[in-house]
Design a protein around this ligand. Structure first.
Ligand code: B16
Ligand code: MG
Length: 212
């Protein structure tokens, strides 16, 4: 309570790009003959592209060179970007749009804290390219979640301390990152029941009660 800023994860919180990640990783895994399903996909939430690939390759019987891994990651990203190109502002759920607008009217500073290098492109596709007061993402950090760097950077960009901000996350790695950075965390989606989170969101608009 009494927060001055909210830092949102992107994939799985603001929009459902997490399913596009799954489809692209699944296509690559199938081509390489590596078992991969929705349950394993949950391990990749909030984790960087190359770290996600390493998790997928744990189930491979073959060893791959760093050069091959770069090619696999580029292949996955190219498939993923094809899906992103289809996104429009209609892909932003109305409840999310209205909640964001109400939070802004309440005077909160709003930021994105995402591991994704595609974050600016996604925000532009869904019509939020200039909405947030700050965007910290995979392009500006050196360490991916569960390291708190992305959230600390976002708070710094807002001119706030971690204690003044709430982090909203759908990934267990993201909840861990928020707590490690000294933030209160609201968990939703796959991480909803994570006991490290201070709040558990049934619906996105529940944020209005927490922040109000
Ligand atoms: P990219 P988030 C994360 O975004 C995704 O949850 C994770 O699945 C993905 O591997 C990571 O971004 C990197 O994404 O390949 O687009 O750079 O949940 O932190 O907003
Ligand atoms: Mg996420």
């Amino acid at each position: 309570m009494g927060f001055q800023g909210i830092i949102f994860d992107l994939d799985g919180v603001i929009c459902s790009t997490d399913h596009y990640h799954y489809l692209a990783w699944k296509a690559l895994s199938d081509r390489l003959g590596i078992p991969f399903d929705l349950e394993r996909n949950n391990l990749l939430r909030g984790v960087s592209r190359m770290d996600s690939l390493e998790i997928i390759l744990e189930k491979s019987s073959k060893q791959y060179s760093e050069q091959e891994k770069e090619i696999f990651a580029a292949e996955k990203n190219s498939l993923y970007r094809e899906s992103l190109k289809e996104m429009t502002p209609d892909d932003l759920i109305e409840e999310v749009r209205q909640t964001l607008e109400k939070l802004r009217i309440m005077g909160l500073k709003l930021a994105i804290g995402s591991s994704s290098k595609n974050a600016p492109f996604i925000l532009e596709r869904i019509g939020l390219g200039t909405f947030f007061d700050a965007v910290a993402d995979g392009n500006s950090i050196t360490r991916s979640k569960p390291d708190p760097e992305v959230f600390l950077q976002a708070a710094d960009m807002l001119g706030l301390t971690p204690g003044q901000c709430l982090v909203v996350e759908d990934a267990r790695a993201g909840v861990e990152a928020g707590v490690a950075g000294g933030f209160s965390v609201a968990a939703m989606g796959d991480a909803w029941d994570d006991q490290r989170a201070a709040y558990h969101l049934h619906r996105f608009c529940d944020l209005l009660k927490i922040a109000g």
